[in-house]
Design a protein around this ligand. Structure first.
Ligand code: C2O
Ligand code: CU
Ligand code: CU
Length: 513
């Protein structure tokens, strides 16, 4: 099937988060093992052959994560994380976005090709407490594992930390016909793994402020689909794992016990052109990978453990299964590779700094400032550079809203073997320039940023207007004064007493949002 087995993490070892001054190592939880939670599928409140109707409600609640006191958490249609949405390609989605939280939030569809900035749900699409916003869009992209998360700058990181992250799975007929494990279904042989980490404080509570780090908040306890110390009962020979790095800052260096090989079949934006075999896989923030694990050589009764570095994340308890002889085709999907629009200069984007000094193109994010423009449908090259090479530097995961791009090269060399499909997030090593091929199908204002969420809140973010010269548009962009006033009112405090985490990065640099 696949030619060679990759045994490497590919990213620059010197830049791994393990070398950060503020690195918080993972530790194996002491809590008893428990069954992996599977985020339930969200039931549409109405469905026709062409249209699907959902209500997504952001809510506060409590979740039993550890023995003893429940943890105060936030989630979508549940107390933590969210119910999984399914978007069938070609269908039109109608979604009520209901905010039952005590503060304003936004609903961002990470990886979804929809118009910006309102449907896309970045910081310009606030939904105030007690209110509901409605969006409609036609699903127009190949099958993929996408996600929904809160995006109210500069509180994105805190809201995601509290639990506002859910999965959105795009499905299509082509993917459904491939011999991928999905015969038995979601939660059985098609299993999402949302990888996060938290620190539990007194009474099992999370405390974002106490753990705050401008380079990204971390905790020592792995939290997988909102489960501490999970096991999963394997009842099929092959398992499809939809991995999402849903952590604020953590990189995951994944491998199984005995270096059991696995096959990656999809990345952020859907299927890879060809399956790629690995024993080790590193994910940076917001990246997704779909992998097929084959337990054919494992004796029922044994356990196979998924690790990050040397800490166990999930124990797969292998039970009797029916032999599965399905073989993946050598070619999974055709990835379009349009020509660059003639005479377009190469766009340069620079991510610089660490801690509070983080910037994009030498500036911090300004909500009302448009930093770049690109014509809808144009195909352009973007050179995204991470200049930060101090102390080995760090990997900045570069993410774009509103599109799935192609990775052309890394410092002029071929991208990593699993970067030949569509992506919306790419880890950029220190001192590296990653060349992307970028085009947009929809007009709008879209953000692009580092997906270490505290870097994004701290200003390593910019925005682009995608325009159609035939149909010029104006957008109502959120501004800091409106945001501050709203949040201060929600909290019952004066604006001058309000402090949102990302603001400290601006203050330290003497800059305004
Ligand atoms: Cu995952 Cu600006 O988004
Ligand atoms: Cu996004
Ligand atoms: Cu960063």
């Amino acid at each position: 099937m696949t030619k060679s087995l990759n045994t490497d993490y590919f990213f620059d070892e010197a830049a791994y988060n393990t070398h950060d001054g503020g690195y918080v190592p993972l530790a194996e939880p002491k809590a008893p093992q428990q069954a992996l939670r599977i985020p339930p599928l969200l039931k549409p409140y109405k469905e026709t052959a062409t249209d699907t109707y959902y209500t997504v409600e952001a809510q506060a609640g409590e979740t039993q994560l550890l023995p003893g006191k429940k943890t105060k958490t936030w989630g979508y249609n549940t107390s933590l994380l969210g119910q999984t949405l399914v978007f069938a390609q070609g269908k039109t989605m109608h979604i009520n976005l209901k905010n039952s939280l005590p503060e304003l939030t936004t609903f961002h569809w990470h990886g979804l090709n929809v118009p910006g900035p309102y449907t896309d749900g970045g910081c310009h699409a606030p939904v105030y407490p007690g209110q509901t916003r409605h969006i409609d869009f036609k699903v127009d992209q190949p099958a993929a594992t996408l996600w929904l998360h809160a995006h109210p700058c500069p509180s994105t990181a805190e809201q995601v930390w509290k639990g506002l992250a859910a999965l959105a799975l795009v499905t299509d007929d082509h993917e459904a016909q491939l011999p991928l494990p999905h015969t038995y279904a979601y939660g059985v042989d098609d299993v999402p793994l949302i990888l996060q980490d938290r620190r539990f404080h007194e009474d099992n509570q999370w405390d974002y402020e106490a753990d705050y780090d401008p380079d990204g908040v971390q905790g020592p306890t792995p939290l997988i689909n909102g489960t501490v110390n999970p096991y999963f009962d394997v009842t099929t020979q092959r398992l499809r794992l939809r991995l999402l790095d849903g952590a604020n800052r953590r990189e995951w260096r994944l491998h199984f016990s005995h270096d059991l090989p696995f096959t990656q079949v999809a990345s952020d934006g859907g299927l890879l052109p060809e399956p790629v075999a690995f024993t080790h896989l590193m994910l940076t923030c917001a990246e997704r990978a779909e992998i097929i694990v084959d337990f054919g050589d494992v004796t029922p009764g044994e356990t196979v453990t998924l690790y990050s570095d040397d800490v166990p994340l999930v124990r797969f308890r292998v039970h009797e299964f029916t032999p599965d002889t399905a073989v993946l085709p050598e070619h999974l999907v055709e990835i379009p590779n349009p020509d660059v629009t003639p005479d377009m200069p190469i766009r340069k984007v620079v991510m610089s700094g660490m801690d509070e000094t983080v910037m994009m193109d030498g500036k911090k994010f300004g909500m009302q400032r448009i930093d770049a423009k690109q014509q809808v449908g144009n195909v352009e090259l973007w050179d995204v550079t991470n200049t930060n090479d101090m102390d080995g530097g760090m990997v900045h995961p570069f993410h774009m809203h509103g599109t799935q791009f192609l990775v052309v090269s890394r410092n002029g060399h071929a991208p990593y073997p699993n970067e030949h499909g569509f992506k919306d997030t790419v880890g950029v090593n220190p001192g590296e320039t990653v060349r992307l091929k970028v085009w947009f199908d929809h007009t709008g204002v879209y953000m692009y940023h580092c997906h270490i969420i505290e870097h994004e809140d701290g200003g390593m973010m910019a925005q682009i207007e995608v325009f159609d010269p035939q149909h010029p548009q104006t957008y109502k962009l959120m501004d800091m004064a409106t945001l501050m006033k709203a949040v201060a009112e929600e909290r019952g405090i004066a604006v001058k007493d309000l402090h949102l985490a990302g603001m400290s990065s601006y203050e330290k640099m003497g800059m305004e949002m």
